[in-house]
Design a protein around this ligand. Structure first.
Ligand code: NDP
Ligand code: GDR
Length: 372
C-alpha cells in the first residue's frame, strides 16, 4: 500500500528536502502552500507534477496554519498516514517584531493540526511529527543539551514552539496518538532562507567576492551554534515516525562553531583570509590575503565585515550544543555531511548565482540583489 504523507511548510528548506526524500521512498506526498502574490514554490518546482498527469504522487494544496477549517478539510481529503508539521514563522529575530502572529502559527497552528486529526477520528491512523527546536533550551541549563535538559526559551518564537512541544506530548499521552517531537539543532543548506545567518554569510560573501556588494553587516558574531545539514536531518524526521513507540529526540552534530568562525570558513572557501580588528560594535573583518580566482573583486585591506547593532536581538541565545546520543542509539541515525562540506556546497551555489548576476551586470542588464 502506498503511504500518504502531508507536509506543512513544504515550500520551506526542510519541507522541500523531506518531500524529495519521501517521494524517493515511494510515498504519495501532499504539501500545504500559502497563497502569495508571487510564486513561492521555487524549492519544490523540480519535483512538481502536473495535476493532470495520472498517478501524480506530489500534490500541493492552498492552506494556512492559522485556518482550522482549511486544515481539517485538507486532512479529511488526504487521509494521511503521516503528518509532518514543518510550517512555521521560523525566524527568531522576526518573532520579536511579530510575536502574536508567531504564536498563532507556531503554537496554535500545531494545536489546530492535532485537533483536526482527533476531530476526524484519525488519531490511531495518522502519525504526527512536530518540528521542535534547540531554541527551547535558550538560556542553556546544561552543556551539551539532551532530551532531559530543562527548557528556557528566549524569544516569542521559542515560547510558541514550547507550547507546540508540550501540546504534542499531551496529545500523545491523552489520546494515544503516535506523536513525536524532533528537537532539531540548526540545520542549513543551499536552500536555507537568505536571512538566516549561514546563508546570509555564504550569499553575502559570494556577492562581495564578485563585486555585487561591498560589506557584510552582522549582529552577534560570538553566538555559538551546532550546525548540521538539512538533508541529513529530514531523514531523521521520517525515522522518528517509523518506530514501534513514539518518542522525542535531539538531533544535532555535537560540534559547535561561532558565527565568526562560520564567516572564516566561508572566506577560506572563497580563497580569502581575514583579520579581525576592534571589538563589540567596532569589530571589523579585513582582507589580508586573496588566493585563487574566486574573489576577483577583493584586495588586501578591504573591510568586508562590520557589526550593525540592528541585527542584535532583544534577548540572545548565546550557545547551543546538542547531544544526539539517544537518536544515534535508538534510531541508528548519524549525520553524514560535515559543516565544512556544507559550507563548500553553499558557497558553490551562491558563488555561481553571484557570478551569473555579475555577468548580467557587466553586459548592461540591471541587476537588483535582494538584501535586508
Ligand atoms: P523555513 O522558514 O524555510 O520554512 C517554513 C515553512 O513554513 C515555509 O514553507 C513557509 O511558507 C511555511 N509557513 C510559514 N507560515 C505559515 C503559515 N501561516 N501557514 C502555513 N505555512 C506557513 O523553515 P525550515 O524549513 O528551516 O524549518 C522547518 C521547521 O523546522 C520550522 O517549523 C522551524 O521552526 C523548525 N526548525 C528549523 C530548524 C532549522 O535550523 N532550519 C531547527 C529547528 C526547528 P512560505 O514558503 O510561504 O514562507
Ligand atoms: P537561529 O538562526 O536564531 O539560531 O534560529 P539564525 O541563523 O537566524 O541565527 C543564528 C545566530 O547568529 C546570530 N547572528 C545573526 N543572525 C541573523 N539571522 N542575521 C545576522 O546578521 C546575524 N548576526 C549574528 C544570531 O543572533 C544567532 O545567535 C534558527 C531558525 O531556523 C529557527 O527556526 C530554529 O528553530 C533554530 O535555528 C534552531
Amino acid at each position: 500500500m502506498t503511504k500518504v504523507a502531508l507536509i506543512t511548510g513544504v515550500t520551506g528548506q526542510d519541507g522541500s528536502y523531506l518531500a524529495e526524500f519521501l517521494l524517493s521512498k515511494g510515498y504519495e506526498v501532499h504539501g500545504i502552500k500559502r497563497r502569495a502574490s508571487l510564486f513561492n514554490t521555487q524549492r519544490v518546482d523540480h519535483i512538481y507534477e502536473d495535476p493532470h498527469v495520472e498517478n501524480a504522487r506530489f500534490k500541493l494544496h492552498y492552506g494556512d496554519l492559522t485556518d482550522s477549517s482549511n486544515l481539517t478539510r485538507i486532512i479529511q481529503q488526504v487521509q494521511p498516514d503521516e503528518v509532518y508539521n514543518l510550517g512555521a514563522q521560523s525566524h527568531v529575530a522576526v518573532s520579536f517584531e511579530s510575536p502574536e502572529y508567531t504564536a498563532d502559527v507556531d503554537a496554535m497552528g500545531t494545536l489546530r493540526l492535532l485537533e483536526a486529526i482527533r476531530f476526524l477520528g484519525l488519531e490511531k491512523k495518522t502519525r504526527f511529527y512536530q518540528a521542535s527546536t534547540s531554541e527551547l533550551y535558550g538560556l542553556v541549563q546544561e552543556i551539551p543539551q539532551k532530551e532531559t535538559t530543562p527548557f528556557y526559551p528566549r524569544s516569542p518564537y521559542a515560547v510558541a514552539k514550547m507550547y507546540a512541544y508540550w501540546i504534542t506530548v499531551n496529545y500523545r499521552e491523552s489520546y494515544g496518538m503516535y506523536a513525536c517531537n524532533g528537537i532539531l539543532f540548526n540545520h542549513e543548506s543551499p536552500r536555507r532562507g537568505e536571512t538566516f545567518v549561514t546563508r546570509k554569510i555564504t550569499r553575502g560573501m559570494s556577492n562581495i567576492a564578485v563585486g555585487l556588494e561591498q560589506c557584510l553587516y552582522m549582529g552577534n558574531m560570538d553566538a555559538l551554534r551546532d550546525w548540521g545539514h538539512a538533508k541529513d536531518y529530514v531523514e531523521m524526521q521520517w525515522l522518528m515516525l517509523q518506530q514501534d513507540t513514539p518518542d522525542d529526540f535531539v538531533i544535532a552534530t555535537g560540534v559547535q562553531y561561532s558565527v565568526r568562525q562560520f564567516i572564516e570558513m566561508t572566506a577560506a572557501e572563497l580563497g580569502v583570509s581575514l583579520r579581525w580588528e576592534g571589538s563589540g560594535v567596532d569589530e571589523k573583518g579585513i582582507v589580508v590575503k586573496v588566493q585563487g580566482d574566486k574573489a576577483p573583486a577583493l584586495k588586501e585591506g578591504d573591510v568586508v565585515v562590520q557589526v550593525d547593532p540592528r541585527y542584535f536581538r532583544p534577548a540572545e541565545v548565546e550557545t547551543l550544543l546538542g547531544d544526539p546520543s539517544k537518536a544515534k542509539n535508538k534510531l541508528g541515525w548519524t549525520p553524514k555531511i560535515t559543516v565544512h562540506e556544507m559550507v563548500k556546497e553553499m558557497v558553490q551555489v551562491d558563488l555561481d548565482a553571484a557570478r551569473q548576476h555579475a555577468l548580467l551586470k557587466q553586459h548592461g542588464y540591471s541587476v537588483a540583489v535582494s538584501r535586508e
